[in-house]
Design a protein around this ligand. Structure first.
Ligand SMILES: Nc1ncnc2c1ncn2[C@@H]1O[C@H](COP(=O)(O)OP(=O)(O)OP(=O)(O)O)[C@@H](O)[C@H]1O
Ligand SMILES: [Mg+2]
Length: 266
């Protein structure tokens, strides 16, 4: 199958709805992601980010609405979607017993690639893991493990990559390493959809940012567009641009946010 299908957006989501029993998580989610670049889906704990990613990667069925990834419908053309994407979940899928290199070779074999060793060595180099490549993954730091996880998901060069909270639980240095890996990925022409609850992450990485709140996308635009939603604060004649954090809490409502997320957990 030719996975480099088509023109049009990399991802198109229309009217997506999903409930878990009585809990209405997605209430009509709409957004589009253009080809190339990094799109951040931003939201508090429990907003439904992982639910959106699971629907887009065909792991979960929506109750209503449509979604296309790389031109394929997630409901009717799941095989096409799966061949077009990779998914790095919120929790790393690395086999700790194996070395970093062995993990990569294993995935390359599973994908029936020729020369899995070469594929593995190229990826180790790209993610600055060459030195650590022969060590068991169990000995890796959180950042190294996450980079290996992302490297594994890139085997076979999928045109669309989903990263669900790629830096949660990492220290500042490791986050920067992962950010660099994600930026390189996008520079290579891959479309990246990442979810995050970190405003600085979206601010640093994303070409476009969509805020998921109350089951809908309530804001969607570039960082500059989002900033324009708030007037700059004037401090002693010096204009201070609103940060994404200011915008986030203004549109989401600073105090509703924590409470609603906690209510959703129940
Ligand atoms: N399989 C499930 N069964 C029941 N409820 C679920 C299920 N999966 C998720 N939920 C609930 O749906 C809501 C959205 O969950 P989801 O994992 O999509 O949020 P999220 O935005 O990814 O949150 P986080 O930032 O914590 O990862 C939460 O309230 C969660 O408890
Ligand atoms: Mg999640």
């Amino acid at each position: 199958m030719d996975t480099h299908q088509a023109e049009g957006p990399a991802i198109r989501v229309q009217g997506l709805e999903k409930s878990y029993k009585d809990l209405r998580v997605l209430r009509g989610v709409d957004f589009e992601v253009a080809r190339g670049g990094i799109f951040a889906l931003l939201g508090s704990n429990g907003a439904g980010k992982t639910t959106v990613v699971r629907i887009l990667s065909t792991l979960l069925k929506a109750d209503a609405g449509t979604a296309r990834v790389n031109g394929f419908d997630v409901a009717g053309q799941a095989a096409g979607v799966r061949e077009s994407i990779s998914l790095t979940g919120q929790f790393a899928a690395v086999d700790e017993i194996l070395s970093g290199r062995e993990n990569l070779v294993l995935v390359a074999r599973l994908r029936h690639l020729k020369a899995p060793g070469t594929v593995a060595d190229d990826l180790l180099r790209r993610f600055s893991l060459t030195e650590a490549g022969s060590r068991r993954a169990a000995t890796y730091s959180g950042g190294m493990r996450r980079r290996l996880d992302i490297a594994m998901s890139l085997i076979g060069n999928p045109p669309v990559v989903f990263l669900d909270e790629p830096t949660s639980g990492l220290d500042p240095e490791a986050r920067i390493e992962v950010w660099q890996a994600v930026e390189e990925l996008a520079e290579g022409g891959t479309t990246v959809l990442l979810t995050t609850q970190y405003l600085d992450e979206a601010e640093r990485l994303a070409d476009r940012i969509a805020i998921l709140h109350g089951g809908r996308i309530i804001v969607n635009g570039t960082l500059a567009e989002l900033r324009r939603l708030l007037p700059p604060a004037e401090v002693e004649y010096v204009e201070k641009q609103p940060s994404l954090e200011d915008v986030f809490f203004a549109v989401v409502g600073a105090d509703s946010q924590g409470r609603e997320a906690r209510a959703n957990e129940k």
